[in-house]
Design a binder for this molecule. Structure first.
Ligand code: IPM
Ligand code: MN
Length: 364
């Protein structure tokens, strides 16, 4: 009996369907080659669902998804149909509801991919951002007051719990140990940079820093470092090879990973895993780009981020070899430089890129 993985699939909005199709194409070929099964159940939740039913997803969404081995998400949101702050709740509800508190966002450069950042090379760019994914600035606590009057105001509160900070920071240190990237400073297995802003956010980030320092004591083999988030945006560009693991709050992690995506050659290459490390709930994998509704159905979007998300999903499920094979296949296709979508200056379609990577997996 071969292992079967049950995956809940939410293709979502805009180009979500076409990039998901390519990711699953590559997954299927990989599964066949490595002798396991991947079974999908598709859910048509998203903005079109909203237009029909007045809600983005049924109220029992979490219940429906909770027994899957993992969730694969295309992309959510189409502001022409539903305001973003309403549609994107679907995504945030899953991250929070399934306690996917560690958002893994690797930043690496594939060979043959153009980066506007000249200091980054495929050999030297290898950063792993770990973003807190369930609280902080995204806690959704606040309110509007005296709306419609000259005294109108809004309050948005960030919530930083001890438990919430501790567990994600600890996870970052664990990941750093596991990566074992090494460190120019001899004697360390790697470095965890604390992305903070405690010079200005004198409660939340001071609290965050103190927890970082406390957790760091349990990892004497890991080099510690603190960097203010604004300075990190500068250093990512100036010296991208310097970083190893970066741990950040929800909003800061969100912001620096879009910058990271550009260093990787664009949003078409950046993927993420929303991880529930305890595996009490399924984890969710997605490209980090938006749904680009104007390209919907045109078969021109770069599917590499979505294929990379599928690769991360296999790694999470314990199919390390199969996952590594996808990584190699993506590299092979990109290095060959024949099959490239429009964002890379080529003329290939989304499906041609998926086909080429699936073929490379077969041949590897
Ligand atoms: C991301 C996205 C989301 C976020 C949006 C769509 C709510 O930008 O996954 O990075 O802010 O987390
Ligand atoms: Mn983002």
């Amino acid at each position: 009996m071969s292992t079967t993985y049950n995956i809940g699939v939410i293709p979502g909005d805009g180009v979500g369907k076409e990039i998901t199709r390519e990711a699953l194409k590559v997954l299927d070929v990989t599964a066949e080659k490595y002798g396991f099964c991947v079974q999908y159940e598709h859910f048509d939740w998203g903005c079109d669902y909203y237009l029909k039913h007045g809600i983005m997803n049924p109220g029992n969404m979490l219940d429906t998804l909770k027994d899957f081995d993992a969730i694969y998400l295309g992309c959510i949101g189409d502001a022409n149909k539903v305001p973003d702050h309403i549609s994107l709740k679907l995504l945030l509800d899953i991250r929070k509801g399934f306690d996917q508190y560690a958002n893994l966002r690797p930043i690496k450069l594939y060979p043959g991919v153009y980066t506007p950042v000249k200091t980054a090379t495929p050999e030297n760019l290898d950063i792993l951002v770990i973003r807190e994914n369930t609280e902080g600035e995204y806690s959704s606590v606040g309110g509007f007051f005296k709306m419609g009057t000259p005294d109108a105001f809004a309050i948005q509160t960030g919530i930083f719990t001890y438990k919430g900070c501790e567990r994600v920071i600890r996870y970052a240190f664990e990941m750093c140990k596991k990566r074992n990237k090494g460190c120019p400073d001899n004697g360390y297995v790697g470095m965890v940079t604390n992305c903070t802003k405690s010079n200005a956010l004198n409660y939340s980030m001071v609290f965050w820093d103190s927890i970082y320092n406390e957790v760091a004591k349990d990892f004497p083999m890991v080099k510690t470092e603190m960097a203010l988030v604004d300075a990190i945006t500068m250093w990512f560009v100036k010296k991208p090879d310097y970083f190893d693991v970066v741990v950040a709050s929800n909003l800061f992690g969100d912001i620096i990973t879009d910058l990271g995506a550009m260093i990787q050659g664009g949003m078409g290459f950046a993927a993420g895993g929303n991880i529930n490390p305890e595996q009490t709930y399924p984890s969710m994998f997605e490209p980090i780009h938006g749904s680009a509704p104007k390209y919907e159905g045109k078969n021109v979007i770069n599917p590499i981020a979505s294929i990379e998300a599928a690769r991360m999903m296999l790694e999470h499920l314990g199919e390390e070899q199969a996952s590594a094979n996808i990584g190699t296949a993506v590299k092979t296709v990109l290095a060959a430089g024949q099959v490239r979508t429009r964002d890379m200056g080529g003329g290939s379609t989304t499906s041609e890129v998926g086909d080429a990577i699936a073929e490379a997996v077969r041949k590897n």
